[in-house]
Design a protein around this ligand. Structure first.
Ligand SMILES: [Zn+2]
Length: 396
């Protein structure tokens, strides 16, 4: 996703804000409809039925009618795609949830034919938006010619961006026959079987201190006061910068890995499942719930999902997902599986052969070897026990 700073005129900005609230309204209606759905009931309305309902809603609400039908229909289509991703077992996507004002401001345009983006000068370009016309943006790098779909967003700091959805070009394999395993950690974002530790650029200590200061200020400030608004804006800017850095890291790391290795092996660990499993079931309450909640936050923050998605796009057919079972307890030197070998979060010391290594690197080596199967030598497709079927059992 290449993102560009959008520079709407004040009049255009008012129209864009309208599009945002229409898209959010339509999306939230769809979320509401799907929330009423339970297994066994008639299917929740699909896209076509929702479009019919949208036409009806537009006839009833002048506010909605005044907006762009293209923007509103696209919100429904995006919702459909999000639901499909949610039901896709191979996609680590959560259930589409409510969009909140000021937090999720954006809408998407799918141009019917090319020519909706044009360059004005060396530093400026224009993108076409329904009702608003041509909106300028900063031409900070080449716009991919194949881009036909773009998303316009306003971040919490009030900045507008346009992002052109393009699937990155595949990077050609080096042809050296080398295989790398990647283990996602929390302390380090990713460990490679080569021994390298990749860290998502997080927040620096001075930034963290500043953030704490701002948060204290925010807590003290009077609700609705100007000063409080300014503090909120400053916090939003800092968060936006953090997100940018993480995205940038995923882009660079994925290109680098796709260039250096022929085969890339990662854990087949679904963020959604990890998020879900912490709370456990009634019969078997989750262990270390608080600890796992922190862990989950760390994983989400480390941008792992984005890294894997980019790897699959840049190295199509060269990414293998390996079952993660016992990768952290297995010795990558002798193959012995023993939970006691994992001395601490960071240190692995084999109880059988004495091999010692950074715990995440040891896990990455197991992943690279594709060894990450069950303790007693399973078939390699062993699945973690605590998964979806339990949802069905509970509702039965
Ligand atoms: Zn060993």
């Amino acid at each position: 996703m290449s993102r560009y700073r959008l520079l709407p005129t004040p009049a255009q900005e008012a129209i864009l804000r309208g599009h945002c609230s229409h898209a959010r309204y339509v999306w939230n209606l769809a979320v509401e409809q799907h929330q009423h759905w339970r297994p066994g009931r008639a299917a929740a309305p699909g896209y076509l039925e929702q479009c019919r309902q949208l036409t009806q809603a537009r006839a009833e609400h002048a506010w909605l009618e005044a907006g762009s039908q293209m923007v509103q229909q696209q919100a429904l289509r995006d919702f459909g795609a999000a639901m499909a991703a949610f039901f896709d077992p191979g996609n680590p996507a959560g259930r589409p949830t409510w969009r909140k004002a000021a937090r999720n401001e954006g809408f998407r345009i799918v141009a019917v034919r090319p020519g909706h983006v044009r360059r004005l000068s060396r530093k400026t370009g224009e993108v076409w938006v329904p009702k608003a016309g041509w909106v300028r943006f900063r031409w900070s790098r080449p716009v991919p010619p194949a881009a036909r779909s773009y998303r316009i967003t306003m971040d919490r700091a009030g900045r507008w961006h346009v992002a052109f959805a393009v699937i990155p070009d595949p990077v050609s394999a080096p042809g050296n026959g080398e295989i790398v395993g990647i283990d996602r950690g929390v302390a380090v974002s990713a460990a490679l079987s080569t021994g390298e530790l990749l860290c998502v650029p997080g927040v620096t200590a001075p930034e963290r201190a500043r953030m704490r200061r701002l948060e204290r200020k925010l807590a003290r400030g009077r609700r609705g006061s100007n000063r409080r608004g300014r503090v909120r804006l400053a916090i939003a800017r800092m968060r936006a910068r953090e997100t940018d850095r993480r995205k940038d890291w995923a882009e660079k790391a994925s290109t680098d890995l796709a260039r250096r290795f022929d085969l890339i092996r990662v854990e087949d660990l679904k963020i959604m499942n990890m998020t879900r499993s912490a709370r456990g079931t009634l019969q078997e309450p989750g262990r270390n719930v608080g600890q796992k909640a922190g862990l989950t936050r760390g994983i989400l923050r480390s941008g792992w999902g984005l890294l894997v998605r980019r790897l699959e796009q840049k190295a199509p057919g060269r990414v293998e997902k390996i079952s993660p079972a016992f990768t952290s307890q297995r010795c990558s030197a002798c193959g012995r599986v023993d939970p006691k070998s994992r001395e601490s979060q960071a240190v692995f010391r084999c109880t059988a052969c004495g091999y010692a290594c950074h715990a995440d690197v040891n896990a990455a080596r197991n992943i690279a070897a594709g060894h990450a199967v069950t303790a007693r030598g399973g078939d390699g497709v062993a699945r973690p026990v605590n998964r979806e079927p339990q949802l069905l059992l509970q509702s039965a």
